[in-house]
Design a protein around this ligand. Structure first.
Ligand code: NAP
Ligand code: ZN
Length: 346
């Protein structure tokens, strides 16, 4: 079927409407009428060419929520009318150790990204800034009742990308967690770490968003532009989640970790990060990375968010405002996720 979408025609070019083809609904496929699609900074990195050449035209969007309108004959886990979500991947081999463990994001044959990726049938995937999408049922999540569908969309990337490392590194009562950058990922990290019972500190460039940060669940808020911050907070955190989309001074942040503390990087700037090994040796610190999460953990995160009444703080926009929203994200002027109302697309 032909559907309307918003695509970047070339690197750094404004997004514009386009017609794309979605495949026939196969036996294990689900057709989703998209209601909302979040704008992740990764969409911007991708279409701006930060991460290398892309198969333009690219339809971004990997924070998708919508309603099932058709299912293939072999689909048992989703039904017509269900509210569902699709995150950053739409396929993987399903057979390697990692897929079998539910860590499809680490598929040994390569996970298939929701857009700008080569699918296992050789076609190029196109993402959620569109009216409909056809996805293998095993990569479709159930959005629990009780979460507003627009506020649920960003959970499919920003939610799982922060939930997964917070859980893996043991955020909870008695743990001090710092979140660097209060954007899309950062504000979800604050909400989720708070719900997990940790003591949460925001490390933002300025104090402009302090009131919001405290309202979202942070216990403390510091400006990283103030050099005193790095003195006052020295050796104090168990876990630091870095969500910054640009390079950071890794040594300065490592210095904020207590004994055996971990700085987990989820930000994905195009440039390399560097560090002095003595920043790690001191206090036995770790520097780690984390990439989204597997399908079972993504469902677990959605259920956790429903249970704790957590949604994203969103600004819903019409599709014609996508390019403006991109500019505002790049200027750190997002509170805290733009979500496209897909009914304005086609
Ligand atoms: P975002 O909404 O733009 O948030 C990033 C925040 O970082 C900004 O709001 C800002 O917070 C801070 N920041 C931006 N530029 C900065 C600079 N030059 N110096 C210091 N701080 C700066 O972006 P996002 O959607 O949350 O994504 C964040 C990063 O994570 C991107 O690189 C994205 O590609 C990546 N990502 C990774 C994964 C993964 O699986 N690992 C998944 C999704 C996204 P303050 O204003 O509070 O300082
Ligand atoms: Zn994302």
């Amino acid at each position: 079927m032909n559907v309307t979408a918003y695509a970047a025609p070339a690197a750094g070019q404004p997004l514009a409407p386009i017609t794309i083809e979605r495949r026939e609904v196969g036996a294990n496929n689900v057709l989703i009428e998209i209601e909302f699609a979040g704008i992740c900074h990764s969409d911007i990195h991708t279409v701006n060419g930060d991460w290398g050449p892309q198969p333009f035209p690219v339809v971004p969007g990997h924070e998708i929520v919508g309603k099932v309108t058709e299912v293939g004959s072999g689909v048992t886990n989703h039904q017509v009318g269900d509210r569902v979500g699709v995150g950053c991947m739409v396929n993987s081999c399903g057979e390697c150790t990692h897929c079998k463990n539910g860590d499809q994001q680490f598929c040994a044959r390569g996970m298939v990204g929701t857009y700008a990726a080569k699918d296992r049938d050789g076609t190029t995937t196109q993402g959620g800034y569109s009216t409909h999408v056809v996805v293998d049922a095993d990569y479709v999540l159930t959005v629990p009742d009780g979460i507003d569908p627009a506020a649920a969309a960003p959970l499919l990337c920003a939610g799982i990308t922060t939930y997964s490392p917070l859980k893996r590194w043991g955020a909870g009562p008695g743990k001090k967690v710092a979140v660097v950058g209060l954007g899309g990922l950062g504000h979800m990290a604050v909400k989720i770490a708070h719900a997990m019972g940790a003591e949460v500190t925001v490390l933002s460039q300025s104090l402009k968003k302090q009131e919001d940060g405290l309202r979202l669940g942070a216990d403390h808020y510091y400006a990283t532009s103030d050099p005193d911050t790095f003195k006052v907070l020295r050796s104090s955190f168990d876990i630091i989640i870095n969500t910054v989309s640009a390079t950071i001074n890794v040594d300065a942040y490592l210095g904020l970790l207590t004994v055996n503390g971990a700085l987990v990087n989820v930000g994905a700037p195009p440039e390399s990060l560097s560090l002095n090994v003595f920043s790690l040796l001191t206090n036995g610190r770790s520097f780690a990375g984390s990439m989204i999460g597997g399908i079972p953990e993504t469902q677990e995160m959605l259920d956790f968010c429903a249970e704790h009444a957590i949604g994203s703080e969103i600004e819903v926009i019409a599709a014609e405002k996508i390019n403006e929203a991109y500019e505002r994200v790049l200027a750190s002027d997002v509170r805290y996720r733009f979500v496209i109302d897909a009914s304005t697309i086609g």
